[in-house]
Ligand binder design. Sequence first.
Ligand code: PMP
Length: 383
Amino acid sequence: EKQYLMIPGPTPVPPRILRALSIPAIGHRSPQFAEIMKDVTARLKNIFETENDVLILTSSGTGAMEAAVCNFVNAGDKVLVMENGNFGERWVKLNKRYGADVEIIAGPWGEPHNPQALKARIDADKEHQIKAVFVTHNETSTGVVNDIKALREAVGDHPALFIVDSVSGMAVSPLKIDEWKLDVVATGSQKAFMIPPGLAFISVSPRAWAICEKVTTPRFYFDLRAAKKAYTEKFNTPYTPATNLIVALQESLKMMEEEGLPSIWARHEKYKTLVRAAIKELGLEPLAGDEAASGAVTAIKKPGNIDVKKISKLMREKHNIIIAAGQGKLETEIFRIGHLGYVHVNDIIVTIAALEMTLKELGMDIVLGRGVAAVLNLLVKGE
Ligand code: PMP
C-alpha cells in the first residue's frame, strides 16, 4: 500500500534514485568506481559550497559525528558543546566517551542558542583552553535552526575549531562553510540527499587538518587521514564503501544541481510555512517560534492530554502516514512532522488532512478541513 514517509529522515527516495540503486554491483577498486568517486566528490563540494576537502564515509550520520570528535579532540582537551536538543546531547556523549573535558552551554529545548552566551564564554577564555566548539545546525529533535553564522562570529579569532552537525540541515537551509569559516561539517545521506541511510559526509578545513595530524586519539575506521589519502592517491576509500549508495548519491547530486540550492532552500521554507499555518489554524502549537523554525521538521506540542504515541499510531494504521514522536526528554511532549528531501506539497496536504481526522478521533474539537484550507489558501496565493 502507498505509504507517506513524513519523518525527518530516512526520507522518501525519488524513482530516479531508486533506478540508480538497482544497477548491478560494481567493483570498488575498478576504474569505473574511481571515476564515480571523483565525480561525486566534486558535486558534493558544490552542494557543501566549500573548497575544503569533503570525504565520504560508509556509516550513518553519527559516524561522521564520531569522526568529527576522534580526529580533532584529545582526551583531556576542553571542548564547548552548545546543547539545545537530543543531537546537542549526542555531541556531549561522544566527546565524553573520548575523554574530553566537556563544558556545556545548554539552551532551552525549542529555542535557538543565544550567540551572546557563547561569546561571553569565548571572551573569558584568554588562555585559549577551549580546543573546539561543537554546535548543531538543525536540531531535529525540536525543529529549531541554530544561527550558525552568528555562533561562528561569536567565536571570532579564538583558535578553537568550529564543528557543526548539519545532518538534517545541509541542503535544507543555507550553511556557508567557507564564508563563515566552519572547520568541520558532518552530514548524512538519508535526509536532504534523498538516498537511503548508510553514507555520511564530512568537510575538513586546512586548519582542522593541521589539528588532525597532531591529535593522538586512537582511531581506525574513522581515521580521516586514511580517507583523504585513499581519495588523493586513488580516488578511492580505505575500506569497502557502500558502492551502490555512492552510485545513488551521484544521481541525487545531479537532481540537486538541476533544482539548484536556492530553489531547494525555498522549497523547504515553503513546506515549513504550510505546515505551521495548518497546525496553528487547528489550534495546535509549534514548539519552535517562527524566527528559528526548521525547514526540515516541525515539532508540535502535545494537544491537551492526548497521548502523542496514539497520534502517530492512528496516522500510521488508518492513513499510512508515518510521523515521528518526540526524542529524549521531549519524547511524550511533542510529535514531529518531517518535510525534507523528496517531499511535494501534495504530501503535506494529505498529512494535514489525516492529522485532522486523527485528532478528531482522539477527541479534539476539530473543524475538519480548516488546516487543509490554510494550506490551500497559501498555495493559491502562491506563497
Ligand atoms: N544529527 C542530527 C541533527 C540528526 O537529525 C541525526 C539523525 N536523526 C543525527 C545527527 C544522527 O544521524 P544517524 O541517525 O544517521 O546516525
